[in-house]
Design a protein around this ligand. Structure first.
Ligand code: ATP
Ligand code: MG
Length: 142
């Protein structure tokens, strides 16, 4: 997901370029906006953390870009591409180093496991809205 701050700052194009250059295939993409309740559900795992209220208010503060990305080893490779949660600690060249403005306004979200990726894909998209991996392979052979 591209978070509200990065959408507001007009970084969508730059971030999509980094994602494609890193070898990911965008299997589904949309602009949408989370209600406070949506954000609370999406980040439910953090509901007892001190930053939860700030997090869900920020995530519902403006439009976001939701995506389903395909790649071998996608979860781990995407987290490498985005960098550490806190941009001050993110490696040079990572998306958060380049586009995040703080730990809470950190430009992008990445799923933390294949199971989370499944759940989060279903949160945003119906099955008819994204390519299956065999369709992506067919498109690569095009
Ligand atoms: P994300 O789940 O958004 O990809 P992450 O997996 O790197 O980020 P998490 O620990 O899952 O980090 O935290 C979720 C989000 O909550 C972070 O991206 C960040 O925006 C916010 N967050 C995490 N820790 C803090 C903190 N100490 N202070 C403020 N915001 C925080
Ligand atoms: Mg996380």
């Amino acid at each position: 997901m591209i978070k509200p701050g990065a959408v507001h700052n007009k970084h969508i194009g730059h971030i999509l370029s980094k994602i494609e250059e890193a070898g990911f295939t965008i299997a589904a993409i949309k602009t949408t906006r989370l209600s406070l309740e949506d954000a609370a559900e999406f980040y439910a795992e953090h509901k007892d953390k001190p930053f939860y209220q700030e997090l869900i208010e920020f995530m519902s503060s403006g439009p976001i870009i939701a995506m389903v990305l395909l790649k071998e080893n996608a979860v781990e490779d995407f987290r490498k591409l985005i960098g550490a949660t806190d941009p001050a600690k993110a490696a040079e060249g990572t998306i958060r180093k380049l586009f995040a403005t703080s730990k809470s306004h950190n430009a992008v979200h990445g799923s933390d496991s294949d199971a989370s990726a499944e759940r989060e894909s279903a949160f945003f998209f119906s099955r008819r809205e994204f390519l299956r991996s065999d369709e992506v392979i067919a498109s690569m052979e095009y």
